[in-house]
Structures are given as structure tokens and as C-alpha cells.
Ligand binder design. Structure first.
Ligand code: BGC
Length: 592
């Protein structure tokens, strides 16, 4: 069983254009944009068509400011033909005839000297690149008009030093995006279960991640996720699946001491203080296997410890969401120490690409959570032997249900004079979807010192929200809450709900480099594996019963005291849940 089509995407990349022509420093004041008087001005634009289909295309645009810092920017261009912007992200785009204006706002609103702002859009018509761009009225030609331009400008930490790296790196050298130019590993254990379900054949060849959710899973102990194949067997199978291109196998590292401190459904086998066992019986063993010469041609993407570090921000201390277990894990430092150890040991292996789990927008999308979460990620990335070079990127929405995009509204929209952010559903969050959240988190991480070429993964296995309940157009209501309720595709009772959500569907199929800063949409949570039992079920895996998985539960402060929205009759976390698989298939978006 091989994963074929999803890996072709990256090869459609085309039409890359770096704009540049005559240099002249022109005043930007005419546009009403605030820039320092007598500012040195200049810019460079990279316009990349990352995808093209019959009637449309997706373009990513990266604008580098070579002059003095700008606070507020407008990038303008003329399309060469009848292209029309249909929707965009990370910038406000407007079009009149062939003329397009993109302006940055919010976190993407200012660009420092040699800094870069990135945004993207979908368009109709062909993907031919525009010939010329101007930033705040200044033609982007790669110069500044500065009479004494610095011949060797100091590199900017926020700028990708090598945005288009050699796809065939030297042995031992990591590629920029390990999903690009690779086939993704199809886990035969999951595949077989999916194929056994009615209609499951249609997706059984999709690549899903392998969860090492306990020490025994490394050797293969008939756990539901790894089956009777141990890590070595899966790596051998990945080698066997390789055709002309390298295989990327995705492995979730998930066994911290005191695991899942804000919930009970995925508590694990290691007690809160068992950091020693985590290191020697778990990480060391995994690292030893992955480091085997036999596997050196694989690309191994690890997703490190879902949900752990964000819990140290939102579920501790004086917050009313705090839990005793998360307080303990913050105090004893074992989450940070464990993640740091995993990063440094696995990061020593040249073909391992570590992605640190970073929650999802409905959890850390508020400014009070986002910056502080990245600070904790940085702490983990600089503790023990770990360095930022051990972090290849971050994964969001792992095993969650947050919508990839909300097609009928943006966070900056207003309804009858009221901001979308004020609605009960959005509740002042800065984001309404995972894509803009992932891109912003990436930017925040880079600004706090992570490498500028980090990439993001978004788990799209269960955030499709298709089926008959999916709104097909924006509501016409003038009442903000009614508008949002009737327009949003995420049909949960509350974005804090996470267990076996009724009405959810499969999301975007795994896709390589789908948008700026995103390495891949990936199926990290294997569809059909439960999030937790809907009632207490005795087990020897350390899993508890969490009321959030009980369909009759009316909620708590972490989900706005809303109904749990969970499906009934669920088995314990990680076990096969046929009814959920059926529902995910039926509500898939895009449909299967
Ligand atoms: C469970 C794990 C399982 C994983 C993937 C988690 O919720 O706790 O045991 O491997 O989901 O299904």
C-alpha cells in the first residue's frame, strides 16, 4: 500500500518570480501610510505560485523591506491578465481591474528593516506572475535608493536564509520541508482497519502518523495503534515502501510522565515523577532505533508530545482552568525536561525532523496564551542539551477538530458594527481557524528566536465539518451571534470540546506545502481511533475516564460550560471506534 497522489502537490510549484527593476526612493506619504521622514526605502518581492489547477491557482507572496522599518504597509501590483483574487490570508486584499492592493494588519502590519511579511491568496485565472510590485509606493527592485547602501546587509533572523533549498541535500543535511519531494508512509495497521470498514477503501491508503503511546509500543505489543509491529518493523516497512523518492514516516512521541494533565482520557503509564524511565526506557530506545544506518534514507518526522507544553500555560496557577496535575507538572519541570530530552536526543539524528506540538487556535489563540506558550516552547528548546536547531517546526490541531479555515468570515470582519471577535463563539480569540493561527504562531516563534525556516504541520484528519450541517454561505443575519452560529463550519458546541465530536468529518487529505509557512496538512490522529471512553472502562494502559467524553456531560470552565458534544459508546482512547470512523467518512470535507 503506497501513498501516491498527495505527494505530487509540491512538484506543481511554478511561476516563481523575484521582482526587481529601476531603483528610486519615492515618498510613501502620498498613500497615507506612516513611515519615517527621509526614510531609506526599498523592497524585494518573491511571488510563488504553489498550486495551479484548471481554473485557478494559489500564490504565496513574501515581501522583504530593505529600507527603514514600516508600520503599516501596502503592496501593489497589476496582474498580467484576467486573474482575480478570490480569497487571501495574512493580508487584506482588494482588487480593482487588474490592480491589486494587499495591506498588512495586526501582527502582520509592520515590517522591520530586512524583515519579511508573508501572505497568500487563491485566485482565478492562470498563475502568471506580475512583473512589478511596489511597497508603500516604492518599486520593489532589490535596492533602497540609499546613497551608501550597505554592501553586506546583516542577515535578518526573521528571514528564511534559503527559501528555495536544494531538494537533494548532501547526506546528513536536512531539507527545508521534509514532506516536499517525499512519499508519506502508509501505516499498514491503520490501513487494514480502515479498509475493513464499509466505504473505508476510499481512504485506506492515506498516510497517517504512528503513535508511540507507551514503552511497549516500541517493541510492538499489539497496541491498537502500532499493532504487533514495533517501531523497527514500521521503519523496515517504510524502507520497503520507498520507490524513487524518499519516504517520510510520521511518528508521534507521546508518553510524558503525568501525561494529559488537564484531562483523564489519555493519562499514560508513567507517573508524574518518572522522568528517568521516560528518558532511558522510552526516548533512548526510540533514538537508538531511529539512528540505525538502515533507516538513514528515511525522513522521520516526529510530533513531540501533543498537548503537554500548552497545558503549562493555560491550566496552571491562579487561572480558573488550572488543574492540580498541571500545577504539579509545571512545578516539577518534567514536561519541559522530557520534551527537551526528546528534542535533543532525536535532534541529534540527521534525518529526524522534530515538530513540537503547539495546541490549536481554540486553546492558545488568545494573545495572553500565544506568546507565553511560545516562551515555554523556547524554554524546552533551550533546556538540557536541546537547542533551537533541534526544532524543525510545530504541529497544531493534533487530534483536535478546529476548522482549517472558516470560509464565511474572517476574524477582522464586523457584523452590524460589531466585531466578529466579540461573538460568543469567538470570545475575543485572535483567530477563527487553524491556518491563520498556525502562520501567526510560526511568526511569533521566529520572532522569539526559533529558526526562520521552521515549518508548520496542521492535523486535518478530523476537521472537515462537511455533510448536511455545513453552512454553504454566510448568514444574512444582522445579529452578530446569529450570524456566527449560522455561518461557522466548525459545528462544535464550543471550541474547547475535544472528545469524539459528533458531526465531525475527515478534513483536507494530506497535502504538501499547501500554504505559506505550512510544511503539510497531515493526518496525525488516525481517523477511527477514539479520543476517550464515554464511560469508565477498566484498562491497563493508565487511561482514565473523562466526562468530556460522556455525551450527557454539560461541561466545565474549560469548554465554556457547554455540552461535551461527544459520540456515545466510545471505547478507550486509541482504540478503534467504528461508529466514529463511519461518521468521519460521511461528513468528510472535501467529500470522499
Ligand atoms: C491515545 C493514544 C493513541 C492516540 C492515537 C490518544 O488519544 O491516548 O493511546 O495512540 O490517541 O489514536
Amino acid at each position: 500500500m503506497r501513498a501516491e497522489p498527495q505527494s505530487g502537490r509540491a512538484r506543481w510549484r511554478s511561476g516563481k518570480a523575484v521582482a526587481g527593476m529601476s531603483a528610486l526612493a519615492l515618498g510613501a506619504a502620498a498613500l497615507g501610510v506612516a513611515v519615517p521622514a527621509y526614510a531609506a526605502e526599498g523592497c524585494e518581492v518573491e511571488y510563488t505560485v504553489v498550486n495551479e489547477w484548471n481554473s485557478g491557482f494559489t500564490a504565496n507572496v513574501s515581501v522583504t523591506n530593505l529600507g527603514d522599518p514600516v508600520d503599516g504597509w501596502e503592496l501593489e501590483w497589476d496582474f498580467p491578465g484576467d486573474q482575480q483574487v478570490t480569497n487571501g490570508w495574512n493580508a487584506d486584499l482588494s482588487q480593482s481591474g487588474q490592480h491589486v492592493t494587499a495591506s498588512g494588519s495586526g501582527w502582520n502590519g509592520s515590517i522591520g528593516t530586512d524583515g519579511t511579511a508573508e501572505f497568500g491568496f487563491n485566485g482565478s485565472g492562470g498563475g502568471d506572475a506580475p512583473g512589478e510590485f511596489s511597497l508603500n509606493g516604492v518599486t520593489c527592485d532589490g535596492g533602497t535608493g540609499d546613497p551608501d547602501p550597505d554592501p553586506e546587509p546583516t542577515p535578518d533572523p526573521t528571514e528564511d536564509p534559503d527559501p528555495d533549498p536544494d531538494p537533494d541535500p548532501e547526506p546528513g543535511e536536512r531539507v527545508d520541508n521534509p514532506y516536499e519531494g517525499a512519499d508519506l508512509y502508509v501505516n499498514p495497521v491503520w490501513s487494514e482497519k480502515a479498509a475493513d470498514e464499509p466505504g473505508g477503501d476510499a481512504i485506506a491508503d492515506e498516510p497517517t502518523a504512528l503513535w508511540l503511546d507507551r514503552i511497549g509500543a516500541i517493541e510492538g505489543n499489539d497496541s491498537p495503534t502500532t499493532g504487533d509491529m514495533g517501531l523497527r518493523d514500521h521503519l523496515d516497512e517504510a524502507v520497503a515502501q520507498a520507490g524513487d523518492r524518499p519516504v517520510n514516516i510520521q511518528v508521534v512521541v507521546y508518553n510524558l510522565p503525568g501525561r494529559d494533565c488537564a484531562a483523564l482520557a489519555s493519562n499514560g503509564e508513567l507517573g508524574q515523577e518518572e522522568i528517568g524511565r521516560y528518558k532511558t526506557e522510552y526516548i533512548d530506545v526510540i533514538a537508538d532505533i531511529m539512528d540505525d544506518e538502515e533507516y538513514s534514507d528515511l525522513r522521520i518526522s516526529t510530533i513531540i508530545e501533543p498537548d503537554s507544553l500548552p497545558n503549562l500555560v493555560t491550566n496552571v496557577g491562579s487561572r480558573d482552568t488550572a488543574t492540580e496535575n498541571c500545577d504539579t507538572m509545571l512545578e516539577n519541570g518534567n514536561y519541559v525536561e522530557g520534551v527537551a530530552y526528546a528534542l535533543s536526543e532525536l535532534g541529534d539524528i540527521p534525518n529526524v525532523y522534530n515538530y513540537v506540538d503547539a495546541g490549536h487556535h481554540g486553546w492558545i489563540g488568545w494573545d495572553t496564551n500565544l506568546g507565553p506558550s511560545v516562551e515555554v516552547f523556547m524554554e524546552a528548546a533551550t533546556t538540557g542539551g536541546a537547542t533551537v536547531d533541534d526544532v524543525h517546526g510545530f504541529a497544531v490541531n493534533t487530534a483536535n477538530y478546529s476548522a482549517l479555515t472558516e470560509p464565511h468570515f474572517d476574524v477582522d470582519d464586523t457584523v452590524n458594527g460589531q466585531q466578529v471577535r466579540q461573538s460568543d463563539w469567538v470570545d475575543w480569540n485572535q483567530y477563527v481557524d487553524e491556518q491563520t493561527f498556525a502562520q501567526a504562531l510560526r511568526q511569533e516563534a521566529v520572532s522569539q528566536g526559533f529558526n526562520s525556516d521552521i515549518g508548520m504541520l496542521i492535523d486535518t484528519s478530523r476537521n472537515g465539518w462537511g455533510g448536511p450541517e455545513r453552512p454553504t454561505e454566510p448568514s444574512s443575519s444582522n445579529d452578530l451571534n446569529t450570524f456566527i452560529e449560522d455561518s461557522r463550519v466548525d459545528r462544535r458546541f464550543n471550541p474547547g470540546n475535544w472528545c469524539n465530536q459528533a458531526g465531525a468529518g475527515l478534513g483536507e487529505r494530506p497535502t504538501v506545502a499547501p500554504a505559506s509557512g505550512i510544511d503539510a496538512y497531515s493526518w496525525i490522529k488516525p481517523p477511527g481511533e477514539s479520543d476517550g471512553s464515554s464511560e469508565l472502562i477498566d484498562n491497563d494502559e493508565g487511561k482514565g475516564f473523562d466526562e468530556m467524553c460522556d455525551p450527557d456531560y454539560e461541561g466545565n470552565v474549560r469548554n465554556g460550560n457547554s455540552p461535551s458534544g461527544a459520540l456515545p459508546n466510545a471505547p478507550i482512547a486509541g482504540h478503534w471506534f467504528s461508529a466514529q470512523f463511519q461518521e468521519l467518512l460521511a461528513n468528510a470535507h472535501p467529500s470522499v
